[in-house]
Design a protein. Structure first.
Length: 79
């Protein structure tokens, strides 16, 4: 699901987490491509949605909502 293509990307992202929890999953991998726009990124058709991803994924309110659901953001460094 492309959560940034939705009217409310934060709400769409949280629905992904809620659906995962409903299925009883203890972890969830989410692929994303947040970025700052530079001359190279500007050539991509996905240029501006990357900015939306960055804004959504770094917001304090999303961080709190993720923690409230019992999830903890991680990376491959945690494996």
């Amino acid at each position: 699901m492309n959560f940034t293509a939705r009217r409310s990307p934060k709400r769409a992202f949280l629905r992904i987490l809620d659906a995962s929890a409903h299925r009883g999953e203890a972890s969830l991998e989410v692929m994303c491509h947040p970025a700052f726009v530079d001359n190279i990124i500007r050539q991509s058709a996905y240029c501006y949605p990357r900015l939306t991803e960055l804004e959504v994924l770094t917001s304090a309110s999303l961080k709190a909502a993720i923690a409230e659901r019992g999830y903890r953001p991680g990376s491959f460094l945690d494996i």
